[in-house]
Design a protein around this ligand. Structure first.
Ligand code: ATP
Length: 391
């Protein structure tokens, strides 16, 4: 493949990791954004017979001024224009009810139960890599590609795990591996992520090179169905009973104030507690939805070095996590740097995580993703620690 000579645009690097298409069929999940549009362009250029699929997921947030919603009218229109420009067929699939059932409802229930969920993982796990993957196979696809920034590599043979694995994106600032930890090996056999070796500037340069109108489209929001960031409003709409008031207490159970619903809080939060006048700043230490209590304390009380995770998905060497556990670096939030830990398997697909040093911000419902350097070893969901209760 040639480089077109523009500064910073190395097409050979962009196509690294993409097997030659040779007329094989690729379905591309096209959101109407620049990333998946360039993914489609790259695969067409690599010789694939490309079909674009856009999922209609929700029109939630349409009423929010300036909000870009996923899969709403404008995005479908953009995806269609890109497909026209690339001269590939494009279809829209309606997954609104499954998105509601498998992503939005669990998102709301998770907040109601005092957790801080990561709906993008659920969306990848269910809507994209279960339903869309099945649709792609029905269309005769050899591969399903998305515009996620993560690197896919075929298994390197013995000792390296039975099948393909995931590595962090070359561009650390765009890396989406945290949101993809739950992808199974079976799904990975068909999935490809052609942007894993690119940075965003190169992706935009490629979009221009392909003449795509979306080349300067703004980045999408963190959570596509909460375009203005007001997740509590979305939860309240889905679960009208969730806005029950309660008490803000310290670790000894002393009442310091009142709140209008645990869904407004997340572990580690400092702002918006509405309890001024304390000697030192207070943080949310724990949420107790059963009693509708928000437990607060000094920053020191936030530090935790042990917790458990559930629904462990293993992508490291071997078929499962070694029985005596692994050393890994673990990311407990997408925005946090990985920290060193020991992770040991428990029963029922759970694992015990022991951090080398206590860390702030361990939050039930968030994903804990395990890495060996750049390689994703897998991950699970952080569980609530029910051994601690306010007095
Ligand atoms: N509604 C959709 N229909 C089809 N595919 C989608 C849709 N939403 C997301 N995807 C796929 O999932 C990938 C990651 O989604 P994410 O919401 O993180 O978008 P993004 O990183 O902003 O990418 P893009 O620029 O393509 O929108 C997209 O690149 C695309 O391949």
């Amino acid at each position: 493949m040639r480089d077109d000579g523009r500064p910073g645009l190395d097409l050979a690097a962009a196509l690294e990791g993409i097997e030659p298409g040779l007329g094989r069929r690729a379905v591309v999940a096209m959101s109407g954004g620049v990333d998946s549009s360039v993914t489609a362009g790259l695969l067409a250029e690599a010789g694939y017979d490309v079909i674009g699929l856009t999922m209609h997921l929700t029109d939630h947030g349409q009423d929010v001024p300036g909000g870009r919603t996923c899969c709403a009218g404008q995005d479908i229109h953009d995806a269609r224009r890109v497909a026209d420009r690339l001269n590939i067929p494009h279809y829209v699939v309606d997954y609104e009810s499954t998105f509601r059932r498998d992503v939005m409802d669990p998102f709301a229930d998770s907040y109601v139960s005092g957790e801080t969920p990561v709906p993008c993982v659920l969306c990848n796990q269910t809507v994209k890599f279960r339903d869309l993957l099945a649709a792609a196979r029905d269309l005769g696809a050899d591969i399903l590609a998305t515009g996620h920034y993560v690197r896919w590599r075929a298994g390197a043979g013995e000792g390296d795990g039975p099948g393909p694995g995931l590595w962090r994106a070359r561009d650390a600032t765009k890396d989406q591996s945290y949101f993809l930890f739950a992808t199974t090996r079976e799904q990975l056999k068909t999935l490809r992520f052609p942007l894993g070796g690119l940075d965003k500037a190169r992706t935009r340069a490629l979009a221009e090179r392909y003449g795509l109108s979306v080349h300067d489209k703004p980045e999408s929001q963190d959570i596509c169905f909460v375009p203005d960031g007001d997740y509590a409003r979305v939860v309240a709409r889905l679960r009208p009973g969730a806005l029950e008031p309660g008490e803000i207490v310290d670790a000894d159970g002393r009442v310091l104030g009142r709140h209008d619903g645990v869904i407004h809080f997340t572990v580690g939060q400092r702002r918006g507690l509405g309890i001024g006048g304390t000697a030192e700043p207070l943080y949310v230490i724990r949420l107790e939805p059963e009693t509708r209590r928000v437990v607060v304390g000094p920053r020191d009380a936030l530090g935790r070095d042990r917790f458990s995770i559930r629904a462990l998905n293993w992508l490291g060497p071997g078929a499962a996590m070694p029985a005596d556990g692994v050393r890994a670096t673990v990311k407990i939030r997408n925005t946090f740097d990985p920290v060193p830990a020991r992770v040991s398997p428990l029963d029922d697909g759970r694992a015990a995580v022991t951090l080398d040093t206590p860390t702030h911000g361990v939050s039930p419902g968030q994903a804990c993703v395990l890495y060996d350097g750049e390689r994703v070893l897998g991950g699970g969901w952080i569980e609530r620690d029910d051994s601690r209760r306010s007095g």
